[in-house]
Write a protein that binds this ligand. Sequence first.
Ligand code: HEC
Ligand code: HEC
Length: 259
Amino acid sequence: MDHLHTAGNEVVEPTIAGTQEQVARGEMLVGSLCSSCHSTNHSLPPTGDTNLLADIPMPLGQSWPPNLTPAGRIDDWTDVELQRAIRKGTYPNGHRMPVMSGQTFRNFSQEDLDSIVAFLRTLEPIENNLGKPKTHLSTLAMAMTTLGMLPLNPQPESNVPPPAVPIEPTAAYGEYIASFTDCVVCHGEDFSGGTSAILPHGPDLRIVKTWQPDQFVHAMRTGITPDGRVLNDDMPWLGLGKMHDVELIALYEYLLLLK
Ligand code: HEC
Ligand code: HEC
């Protein structure tokens, strides 16, 4: 149990029961949140194969999310190492992952981390086309990171995952979902419209307060708003829309509370 006493005690003991329910929960989370980067077509399986920085019109470098099927190297990592990688963006040797360490996955409950690992462990090994490419950020990207212009800064330390929130169509569960789906990264603090130098500018999400719940779910699933506008690819609905109804309705309930 030595790993429980490593610096910061940052991951508590996983419970990878591998029940159908746990695996299904993990499939929903990985399919909606991870496959947008860790696959070519925003869909499972998460084999990697895509350069995240290819479409950005700046020489930032290359960023290849690795293969998360057992053909990748996480097959050799313990459950604790894998959960630390997801939560904190650190490799088993303690080195920081440039992109992953900027994600908000430390907001996952321990139960959700367990379900993600349970699901990844059920995957068939699928070789990707790339061998083992790596993230190489250019000096420009490093400078922009330091200036806070890229969302690649490590998150503040937190030693233990937050408590699980009941899976119900409530604003409380919506707030939990929003804590790792990064709406605010593009839609701005308080969801009032994005202003980032490099990320897409999502509009003020108070518009959702004029929508019915099913209209919100439809927009998140199809990229088509109630007034018939087609959302462009900058809005990652292809991934987010793979969440189940209960997650989307919960997000809706949470957005209704915006002042
Ligand atoms: C914004 C894109 C992005 C998202 C979303 C994302 N990843 Fe990653 N991930 C990366 C990149 C890029 C790397 C390579 C290291 C780096 O540059 O941070 C990586 C590395 C990893 C690694 C290390 C694997 C290895 O072989 O070194 C794991 C494990 C991982 N991600 C799991 C996940 C899980 C689980 C999710 C969803 C909960 C997820 N990632 C979501 C981009 C992403
Ligand atoms: C990577 C950036 C990004 C993230 C992350 C993101 N969005 Fe968006 N979103 C956008 C952009 C850009 C648009 C505008 C697209 C357009 O008008 O074509 C948009 C549009 C929308 C719209 C339609 C608003 C309208 O114009 O009627 C909704 C609803 C929405 N986003 C909800 C969300 C929610 C909820 C989340 C988090 C769960 C989220 N978005 C995460 C970038 C993002």
